[in-house]
Design a protein around this ligand. Structure first.
Ligand SMILES: Nc1nc2c(ncn2[C@@H]2O[C@H](COP(=O)(O)OP(=O)(O)OP(=O)(O)O)[C@@H](O)[C@H]2O)c(=O)[nH]1
Ligand SMILES: [Mg+2]
Length: 292
């Protein structure tokens, strides 16, 4: 699924090449190129160098195995499971946030489908009221995934949509409410406040925090993703990240940076535009894909 994510790195650590300083330098360059970020790339390579020395590793194949386990360890979620877990009583609430066009609405369609396949009743809340087209787009996903939807008019209050959706979910016995929100520039504080309001409304309707606040990141945006995670994290307290569009890039490095810097678990990865193109994130698979 993630094949070729880091093609060049895979090419570097093969073919019985000897481990020397030049190899570590090249590796660091390639990690930076793959959006791992200069600081983290240097850190990873320094640690790899130390381990390689202490284990007397001299060929690239063994170094590759060492790096795979290093990366898998970094990515393993210390807290909780990689997949979403429902709250104590239904409905559980999943709030989806992120900047414009990262893949929020598409991810919601895929998630609804995933939960439906597990026999859960799902209700989508069209709290991206900014454009009529956004509401229609969510409606189409609801139909595809066989989920319910609560929608209001274009331009209506997103908080009111979230509240009505949760009330409808209670009445209909839905297990999950997934709230779509308008993409927003993380630099616009007014819009960030609006998001906080939606979250407060959720608390009022259920008496607890949303089970999940998922930030959807576009894998192709590079290091700016870190800034997005920081700002959305401050505003609404993220519980997890979905990295969408991993199929469209050879630069999956932000996954490492996000986990390392914020400790937020990567819950799912998006690998295409289809309804089945979402998979629970696997650190082992990701570490393996580094060198395929
Ligand atoms: N290749 C690929 N395309 C994706 C993926 N996820 C979403 N897309 C595409 O990215 C584009 C934007 O997706 P949306 O789901 O509308 O993004 P959004 O975050 O809801 O956008 P706004 O509501 O405008 O902020 C669409 O063309 C999707 O088909 C993915 O995992 N892989
Ligand atoms: Mg959208």
């Amino acid at each position: 699924m993630l094949r070729g994510l880091f093609r060049k790195i895979g090419g570097l650590l093969t073919g019985g090449r000897q481990v020397d300083e030049g190899l570590f330098d090249e590796l660091e360059e390639l990690l930076i190129e793959a959006d791992v970020g200069p600081g983290l790339a240097a850190e990873l390579v320094a640690e790899l160098r130390r381990e390689a020395e202490s284990q007397h590793i001299t060929d690239a194949d063994a170094l590759r195995d060492l790096m795979r386990s290093q990366v898998a360890t970094l990515l393993r979620a210390e807290t909780g499971t990689p997949e979403i877990v429902p709250g104590p009583t239904p409905p559980s609430v999943l709030l989806v946030v992120g900047v414009n066009g990262t893949g929020k609405t598409t991810t919601i369609g895929k998630l609804a489908h995933l939960l439906r396949k597990q026999g859960r009743r799902v209700l989508l809340a069209a709290a991206d009221t900014f454009r009529a087209a956004a509401i229609d787009q969510l409606q189409i996903w609801a139909e595809r995934a066989r989920a319910d939807i609560v929608r209001h008019q274009e331009g209506s209050d997103p908080g009111a949509v979230a509240f009505d959706a949760i009330e409808a979910a209670k009445a209909r016995g839905a297990d999950w409410v997934i709230i779509d929100t308008a993409g927003r520039l993380h630099t616009k504080s007014g819009l960030m406040r609006e998001l906080e309001k939606v979250q407060r409304v959720c608390r009022r309707a259920t008496g607890r925090d949303p089970e999940e606040v998922l930030l959807v990141l576009d894998a192709t945006t590079g290091q700016n993703a870190l800034r997005q995670a920081e700002v959305f994290g401050e505003a609404v307290g993220l519980t997890g990240v979905v990295v969408a569009k991993l199929d469209g890039t050879a630069k999956g490095g932000i996954v490492l940076g996000i986990k390392k810097r914020f400790g937020i678990p990567i819950r799912y990865v998006g690998t295409g535009e289809g309804i089945d193109d979402l998979a629970p994130f696997s650190p082992e698979e990701f570490a393996h894909a580094l060198f395929e």
